[in-house]
Design a protein around this ligand. Sequence first.
Ligand SMILES: Cc1cc2nc3c(=O)[nH]c(=O)nc-3n(C[C@H](O)[C@H](O)[C@H](O)COP(=O)(O)OP(=O)(O)OC[C@H]3O[C@@H](n4cnc5c(N)ncnc54)[C@H](O)[C@@H]3O)c2cc1C
Length: 614
Amino acid sequence: MNEKPAGEARKNDYEYIVIGSGAGGGPVAANLAKAGHRVLVLEAGGDGKNPESEFRYSVPGSDPRLNSELGWRYWINSRAKQADREKQHFYVPGKGLYYPRGSTIGGSTAVNAMIALYPANSDWDGIAKLTGDRSWDASSMRTYFERLERVRYAKPQPGNPERHGFNGWLPLEQVGAKGNLFKDRWLSQYVVPRVKGEENGDLFEAAFRNGGDFRIDPNDWSFAQRKGTGMADPPRAAENGARHGTRELLLTTQAQFPDKLKIQTDCLVTQLLFDEEHKNQVIGVEYLEGPHLYAASWLAEAFSSRPGVKRRAFAAREVIVSAGAFNSPQLLMLSGIGAKEELQKFGIPVRIDLPGVGKNLHDRLEVGVVCKLPFTPTAYQNCTWGKESDPCLVEYKTNNPDGEYRSRISRQMYIVKRSSPDRDVPNLCLFGIGANFRGYYHPEHQPATGKDEFTWFTLVGHTRNAGGTVALKSTSPREMLEINFNLFEDGTDTAGEDLEALVNGVKMCRKLAAGGWDGPAEGELSPGPDYKTDADLTTFCKNEAWGHHASCTNRIGPDGDRFAVVDSNFRVHGAKGLRVVDASVFPRIPGLFLVIPTYMIGEKASDSILADAK
Ligand SMILES: Cc1cc2nc3c(=O)[nH]c(=O)nc-3n(C[C@H](O)[C@H](O)[C@H](O)COP(=O)(O)OP(=O)(O)OC[C@H]3O[C@@H](n4cnc5c(N)ncnc54)[C@H](O)[C@@H]3O)c2cc1C
């Protein structure tokens, strides 16, 4: 293992190898290629280019995570005790809790809900303080957002005080025309009186001053600076109603620079290769070529007898690991970088003893309050979700700006709030959408949903629990990890702040649903009228909470910080020619949504790599 390749000439066809094409790896690979370097991207997922996957990928109203060419499904545990796990409604006997990820060109940006929200300034200032590296402070980090973002709706202002980019690679749109958020009869009848009766912060006020236009921009620099709250139509990563992410960035860059950027799909990287003559210098990777080789693939069982073709690739300069919060630590551990005792359990020779690898796993938490509406909305009655002659698909393809598939996701409203006044930054996002949504179910266990149901979500960001772990189950690179989020009393949030924030959020949602009254609304299906007291709601939240923003498992920290895995330039401590750039590097989970901060660090990392190349 890890030996200098024998019997195979080391051919430096590439200067850089990027492992994974998601929110972290995509910008790194594109920027290095644009700067004139030869880059190889190795992506474990497929290209997702069959018609069904393309439909699922681009149409906001579809659910791409279940498409076997786009998504992976992990089995995780969120609680330590089996009895507690079984109470959770996602629990699948003998497996665990289903946890979605993306695996194709674009990674999880290919399956995510496309909500694109700027994080809190304190997220960046915290990293600057931790590392002593001022390039991480909030004002400096804003330049990476300016670089990536493209918005049609924000008007360039003299001096650009709101610090938007206007011309980056990531189109963000709020598709509702003026006041459109409330133009749906059903939505306006149901939502408007409810949210109007609430204190909804400065965005809400601004929208009404603006004649009911909710396309005010929560990504403005001034909103971040004043730690603003309020209600808006959330910006999403789309152009003309079609999803955008690192997939478009990479494919466009490849078309422009075909001799610089090579993207190989269906390639599962299994090992980092080191040059034994130069201690801990990474020189390349070993990988298996073939579809559905990783156990999290929906089709893994059908492909399990196929060994894949073993190959190697070499990088003259660096290898960048961007395989996400689960697979990046897995690859480091399989390559001998991790906690000594854990590697030794599996007989893996220890190359760099870094006990932080796979620790500090964070997620934010969500629960839904589901209500039966007192009427049947008409908006999506006729949609058949991609089946033949689907009228909503026809409407989508004819570019109708009010089309259901084009705008259903954007036509949620969301409210940014604090769970309690003593919170420094807003840590709650309350949404409403016309569906029964109690989290990401495994499809075999998905309950039927009525078209007259509405969900008010609570999302808790800036969570306190840092007690999650990912650990190897074996030395097989094809096997999934043991993933345990250790939520609530199993984790590090001993003061119970995450749970308290969830319960407060559920109470706020209930109040919205009930039109200002504390307690279950008429027609509340979940939690339902049996859940009355705070203790009842605490039980409900423990059993219901879900997340899909796994992060922080290779955290940044300075030299001498025993649990730091990478330095402030993303370099793995103790290794040469090796960086990690993805959601695993955050010391604490940033913002309310993860993708924008991850794109921003992808941009930042490419600057660091290019600076070192000079
Ligand atoms: C269902 C869902 C909905 C979401 N909704 C939102 C949202 O609305 N807004 C938001 O901000 N965030 C959302 N997120 C989260 C966000 O998309 C992710 O946090 C973000 O994409 C993480 O970026 P990453 O680079 O760390 O990993 P990913 O984007 O997951 O990319 C990792 C890539 O690495 C590949 N890979 C893994 N192992 C290997 C290997 N060994 N060899 C080669 N390739 C490998 C994977 O196939 C994958 O393509 C959502 C996530 C999910 C799953």
